[in-house]
Design a binder for this molecule. Structure first.
Ligand SMILES: Cc1cc2nc3c(=O)[nH]c(=O)nc-3n(C[C@H](O)[C@H](O)[C@H](O)COP(=O)(O)O)c2cc1C
Length: 179
């Protein structure tokens, strides 16, 4: 799939996923797309756990509140960053940005391969879910699960969110310049 088609076809899918397993070769392609993303000072901080064990998936779905997309996901990708990110440049840490760049690359790869996903982050921050999921997946104390991406073939079509007109959100040369 063309890159621009993948960008415009990607959307957050929260419906049921088909039980068809995701081949590990596809999970690894998606992971490689994520890990090829830019990172502050090329520190390459994100770490990924590719989960395809049905027993772990079932426990993870429970920890994360049993949403349909998680309860049916044949695979998920847990994106980890450090629990206490160290600054890498002039006192600034970039691990959240590194993580976001990797996640977006993975979402585009997911779309290009015909899978569906959704960026789950807020979901992880409540009720100590990140900690519980970390314990399930053997994550060491100095790392934290920051984002979860369920991955699978969509069983239906989800609701697409409206975007503001793009031309209302960019300008040439000066803020809000129309000419
Ligand atoms: C930083 C971030 C955190 C997000 N966290 C969640 C989440 O916890 N649960 C969820 O259902 N969607 C989450 N999303 C997905 C957004 O709700 C979604 O991208 C937005 O509504 C726009 O829809 P679209 O992805 O279909 O374009 C998150 C997206 C981002 C970028």
């Amino acid at each position: 799939m063309d890159l621009f088609d993948a960008i415009h076809e990607r959307y957050s899918y929260r419906g049921a996923l088909l039980p068809t397993p995701v081949p590990r070769a596809d999970l690894e392609r998606i992971a490689a797309a994520g890990l090829a993303a830019p990172s502050g000072c090329n520190a390459q901080t994100p770490r990924l756990i590719l989960v395809d064990d049905p027993a772990l998936l079932a426990e993870a779905a429970q920890i994360l509140g049993g949403r349909e997309v998680l309860a049916t996901a044949p695979a998920l990708i847990a994106v980890l960053i450090d629990a206490a990110p160290e600054p890498t440049y002039e006192g600034f840490a970039f691990q959240i940005e590194d993580c976001a760049a990797a996640v977006e690359n993975m979402l585009l790869a997911v779309t290009a391969l015909g899978y569906a996903s959704v960026w789950l982050d807020g979901n992880l921050r409540v009720q100590n879910r990140a900690e519980a999921l970390g314990a399930l997946l053997g994550v060491p104390a100095d790392k934290r699960v920051r984002v979860i991406l369920p991955v699978g073939r969509p069983a239906g079509t989800g609701a697409r969110r409206e975007k503001l007109p793009y031309t209302d959100r960019y300008w040439f040369n000066r803020y809000e310049a129309r000419d």
